[in-house]
Design a binder for this molecule. Structure first.
Ligand code: CP
Ligand code: NVA
Length: 303
C-alpha cells in the first residue's frame, strides 16, 4: 500500500479536509471542557520534525500536539544533523523513516520535500516550503468555521505577496469551494500554473480595494518570506499601498474576519490597529488552532 502524505491540500479529498476540521474542533472542545490532553492515539509513536527554516508556531504546535496525544517528537535542525552537511535527501528519508512513525518537514524547495516523501516509508507532512503551507490552511479553515460557519460560496480576499500561503489559499478555494480574489503588486503573482488550473474560482488583480469589496475573509502575510530577506527593502517599496488596515477592512462584508499566519510586521503588511481589533482579527485564534488542526492531521495520518 502506498504511503499517505500531506504535501499540499490536494493530497486529501474535500471530504477528508472537512472531516479534519470537524475533528479538530471536536478535539479542541473536549480538551477545553475536560482539561484532558485527549485520546492517546499516538502512544509509543514518534514524529521527526525537520526544520531547515525558523519556526515558533509550527514547532510548538507539533511538539505539544504529539505530547498531548501520548507520543513524542524529535526536533532536527540542519545545524545538528547530517542533512545540514549535505547527506542526500533520499538517504535521509530512508533512514529517518525506518525509525519513526511520522515526519514533518519545513524546507525551501517543494521538490526536495517531494523527493523526501518519495523515499519515506512513513507519512510526510509539509510544514512549509517556498511553494505551500497547507497546515496553516487547516487552522485558518477551522477558525473560519468556528467563527462564521461554512465558507463555501463566500468571497475571500488575499492581499499582498503571491507566496506559499497565497498558493495554499488557491488550493483551499478549490477544496472548500470559495471564491478567491488576489490583489498583489505586479511581479509578485502566485504560481501561474495553479492560477490557470483554478481560473474558475480564483481572480488575480492589483487593487486591494477591489479584492476586499464584500469579502467574508481577508488574509495577508509578510512581504518578505523566509529566504527573501535580501529583497526586503525592494519589497517594502514594491508593496506600498498593499497594507491591510481598518479602512480597507471597512470595505469587506459587515461580518468579515481578518487572518494572518504570523509572524506579522505591524505597520507593513498589516496595521497594528487591525491586528489587535477584536471585531475583525482572529489571528491569535488561528495560531492556537494550529495545535488542534494538526492533532487531527496526526490522528488521520497515523490511521
Ligand atoms: N505560521 C507559521 O507557520 O508560523 P511559524 O513560522 O512560527 O511556524
Ligand atoms: N510566507 C511566510 C510564512 C511564514 C509562516 C514565509 O514563508 O516566511
Amino acid at each position: 500500500m502506498s504511503v499517505r502524505h500531506f504535501l499540499t491540500l490536494l493530497d486529501c479529498s474535500a471530504g477528508e479536509l472537512a472531516g479534519l476540521v470537524r475533528r479538530a474542533i471536536e478535539m479542541k472542545t473536549a480538551m477545553k471542557a475536560a482539561g484532558a490532553a485527549g485520546p492517546s492515539i499516538a502512544k509509543n509513536k514518534v514524529l521527526a520534525m525537520i526544520f531547515e527554516k525558523s519556526s515558533t508556531r509550527t514547532r510548538v504546535s507539533f511538539e505539544a500536539g504529539m505530547a498531548q496525544l501520548g507520543g513524542q517528537a524529535i526536533f532536527l535542525s540542519p545545524a545538528d544533523t547530517q542533512i545540514g552537511r549535505g547527506e542526500p535527501v533520499a538517504d535521509s528519508a530512508r533512514v529517518i523513516s525506518s525509525m519513526v512513525d511520522l515526519i514533518m518537514v519545513r524546507t525551501y524547495a517543494h521538490r526536495d520535500l517531494e523527493e523526501f516523501a518519495a523515499h519515506s516509508a512513513v507519512p510526510v507532512i509539509n510544514a512549509l516550503t517556498d511553494e505551500f503551507h497547507p497546515c496553516q490552511l487547516l487552522a485558518d479553515m477551522q477558525t473560519f468555521a468556528e467563527e462564521r460557519g461554512g465558507i463555501a460560496g463566500k468571497a475571500v480576499a488575499w492581499v499582498g505577496d503571491g507566496n506559499n500561503m497565497c498558493n495554499s489559499y488557491i488550493n483551499a478555494a478549490c477544496q472548500w469551494d470559495f471564491e478567491l480574489r488576489i490583489a498583489c503588486p505586479r511581479g509578485f503573482a502566485p504560481n501561474a500554473e495553479l492560477l490557470a488550473a483554478n481560473s474558475g474560482r480564483v481572480r488575480l488583480g492589483h487593487s486591494p480595494a477591489e479584492a476586499v469589496a464584500g469579502a467574508s475573509l481577508v488574509v495577508t502575510d509578510t512581504w518578505a518570506s523566509m529566504g527573501k530577506e535580501a529583497e526586503k527593502a525592494a519589497r517594502i517599496e514594491a508593496f506600498a499601498g498593499f497594507q491591510v488596515d481598518l479602512e480597507l477592512m471597512a470595505r469587506a462584508a459587515a461580518d468579515a474576519i481578518f487572518l494572518h499566519c504570523l509572524p506579522a510586521c505591524r505597520g507593513r503588511e498589516v496595521s497594528a490597529e487591525l491586528l489587535e481589533d477584536g471585531r475583525y482579527s482572529r489571528v491569535f485564534a488561528a495560531a492556537e488552532n494550529r495545535l488542534h488542526a494538526q492533532k487531527a492531521l496526526i490522528e488521520f495520518l497515523l490511521g
